[in-house]
Design a protein around this ligand. Structure first.
Ligand code: EAX
Length: 333
């Protein structure tokens, strides 16, 4: 008799635990936020979003629950943008490059060497110019909330040091799906191949491409040093990282929670950038210790070589950047 009552008790416990585990968000959560991004869990995209999760769950007293998905688990950056529009994803942090298909004004951030320092870049994206660009996404079903940071992008490759533009001649380089990024490498006679970030490591490993370009924190956290021999510190593009929300979801939040999300993100933005600053002070040394052959670069010949890109993309209409906007952005230097 005793054995039967213990067995019955265990079955009850098992059923209860199953019911609770399938019950979805914790009882207090009224709103669930799925955040997707493409980078590794050790990258400041992820750590910054975990910081936001901690802040907003506490600030909302559990009314908002956040889950952060790394390494393209919820798709590529293009998929994530579409997921915001469909409402299948509630938030994302991406580079601006994939947004060029949705609004051409973001293209200004993709112009080579447009920012002379990280301070100028941060001051610009945090200004009304940056907010105006984020607001333009509203017509696409997206609420632009703020800018985290990806950073200045440098070139890695498996063939040779890149010291002058001519060294890029014939190099097959992966780029983001962005006309200015591709145009920039074309004018230096490289062979740009647009590719989703999630496919990049394998392509480098299999040598279907020679090169890629990304900030040092990505070269490290996505382990590109395992499949790339050379790192050349070109810092040719600056990638801001807009934090975007599904407009339908964000506007479904009560006003006080919308304010809470914005304020918690602003605090997490500072934390996220500080992490990158700390990483950037030591990554050149650490990537050298991990076997990469690293060369500094005299940027002047590269800046001269890519002036043609400014001529190609300055103008009005789809895919062009107004000269006035370029001047406004450059004024932050
Ligand atoms: O936004 O695709 C890229 O190279 C980006 O830097 C990455 O997805 C982070």
């Amino acid at each position: 008799m005793k054995k039967r009552s213990i067995f019955a008790g265990l079955c009850t416990l098992l059923v209860l635990s199953l019911v609770v585990s399938f019950a979805g968000p914790s009882p207090a959560a009224e709103f669930s936020i799925k955040v997707g991004h493409t980078l590794a869990p050790s990258h400041p995209y992820h750590l910054g979003m975990l910081n936001f999760k901690e802040r907003i769950e506490k600030r909302s007293e559990g009314k908002i629950e956040v889950d952060v998905f790394h390494s393209s688990q919820l798709g590529s950056e293009r998929d994530l943008i579409e997921g915001l529009q469909l409402g299948t994803v509630q938030m994302t942090v991406i580079s601006t490059a994939p947004l060029s298909g949705f609004t051409s004004d973001f293209l200004v951030f993709d112009l080579p060497f447009i920012f002379a320092s990280v301070k100028a870049a941060r001051d610009c994206v945090d200004s009304e110019i940056g907010q105006k660009m984020l607001d333009q996404l509203s017509s696409q079903g997206i609420t632009g909330l703020c800018f985290f940071e990806n950073g200045f992008r440098s070139i890695t490759n498996s063939r040779r040091p890149i010291a002058v533009p001519a060294d890029l001649d014939g190099i097959k380089i992966r780029t983001m799906e962005n006309p200015i990024h591709m145009g920039t490498f074309r004018v230096m006679k490289a062979d740009p191949t647009p590719m989703a970030f999630g496919e990049l490591f394998t392509a480098l490993q299999q040598k279907t491409i020679d090169a890629q370009e990304n900030p040092l924190a990505i070269v490290d956290t996505s382990k590109f040093y395992e499949v790339q021999d050379y790192l050349s510190l070109t810092e040719h593009f600056y990638s801001p990282a807009p934090v975007l929300a599904s407009k339908a979801f964000f506007e479904s939040l009560p006003a006080d929670l919308q304010t809470a999300v914005r304020e918690c993100l602003a605090e997490s933005r500072g934390y996220q950038r500080q992490l990158l600053d700390e990483m950037n002070t030591k990554l050149v040394k650490e990537l050298g210790e991990k076997g990469m052959k690293i060369n500094e670069v005299n940027k002047k010949p590269f800046i001269e070589a890519v002036q043609l890109v400014y001529e190609q993309f300055t103008g009005t209409g789809q895919g062009k950047i107004p000269a006035e906007l370029i001047q406004q952005v450059r004024a932050f230097n």
